[in-house]
Write a protein that binds this ligand. Structure first.
Ligand SMILES: C[S@@+](CC[C@H](N)C(=O)[O-])C[C@H]1O[C@@H](n2cnc3c(N)ncnc32)[C@H](O)[C@@H]1O
Length: 281
């Protein structure tokens, strides 16, 4: 019984320390992680406490407030950049089959990849649009909170050891050519050809604190909302709703949904079992 009480107290203290640390980050540096999914943010904070050789979250807070280099390390921990080309290939196949015909009817196409990480998803979209004859009239805006991943994304340089997987994904997604047509192998990795980056615009954008910056035909925000709590998911989905033109398409990650969210009634699912939604009202 006494042990349980101790555990309860420890958890309350932990919550308090996490809440104070996130508030301090927000007030001092303007980074707002207060509505990120609690358990994921807690794991990352404890990882940083131990990586810094500290023993308490309050100790980490002190270091963060007095040492901006520590902030950079924590931001890297918070930003989970796992990604791949043609991730969840059926998503891209359904996009090709169901969304591309609609995009053909538009004079210009604006696509926003929100939370693009190191850019693999963005290059996948460029390849898909190129094969469908739509790239010339498209502009692809690729944004992320993390400036370092954007720097990587701009280079179009990806690890050679991922190419087998990416080639399989590409073929499963309905790719029409030989995947190697899009890159050259160099001593630093695989360099994707510059014709793919021609219509890409990379910019830092924070989904929590920044607003809309254009009207889009398509917004893809895949595997980002899973890191947010319900309040923040609603906030970001409203931002996407406001940033889409009528009949604009919202694409989410496999484990994400707009069901039961505030904007749910404004969208229809385009394909059953796929996270592709059309703004209808
Ligand atoms: C797991 S990656 C997803 C990459 C890609 N969309 C995919 O599905 O493969 C999540 C990305 O979201 C970014 N992110 C996290 N919080 C963000 C925020 N508040 N605003 C913009 N991007 C954010 C992270 O920096 C990271 O690059």
């Amino acid at each position: 019984m006494e042990k349980q009480t101790d555990t309860g107290l420890q958890e309350r203290l932990e919550r308090l320390e996490i809440s104070l640390l996130l508030q301090a980050l927000y007030e001092w540096y303007g980074y707002d992680f207060r509505d990120y999914a609690y358990h994921s943010i807690k794991r990352r904070i404890w990882y940083r406490v131990s990586a810094e050789g500290l023993s308490t979250i309050s100790g980490l807070q002190e270091r963060l407030l007095h040492d901006a280099a520590c902030l950079k390390r924590l931001l890297a921990d918070f930003s989970i950049n796992v990604t791949e080309m043609f991730r969840d290939p059926t998503f891209f196949r359904e996009f090709r089959e169901n969304i591309v015909p609609m995009l053909r009817t538009y004079p210009t196409i604006r696509i926003w990849h929100a939370g693009c990480a190191t850019g693999e998803e963005v290059y996948s979209m460029a390849i898909l649009l190129l094969e469908e004859g739509l790239y010339e009239k498209a502009t692809i805006y690729a944004t992320d909170i993390n400036a370092d991943v954007l720097t990587k994304a701009k280079t179009g340089l990806f690890p050679l050891n991922q190419m087998k997987k990416y080639t399989n994904n590409y073929l499963q997604s309905g790719g029409k050519k030989s995947f190697s047509d899009y890159y050259s192998v160099t001593s630093h990795g695989v360099q994707f050809h510059p014709f793919l980056t021609k219509n890409m615009v990379f910019a830092q954008h924070n989904l929590v604190t920044d607003g809309s910056f254009n009207e889009f035909n398509v917004i893809l925000c895949r595997n980002v909302l899973i890191y947010f709590n319900h309040t923040l998911q609603d906030h970001v989905l409203k931002l996407f709703y406001d940033s889409l033109g009528m009949f604009g398409i919202l694409g989410l990650g496999d484990k994400e949904t707009i069901a039961f969210k505030n904007v749910a009634n404004h969208f229809e699912q385009v394909v059953p079992n796929q996270k592709l939604y059309k703004k209808v009202r």
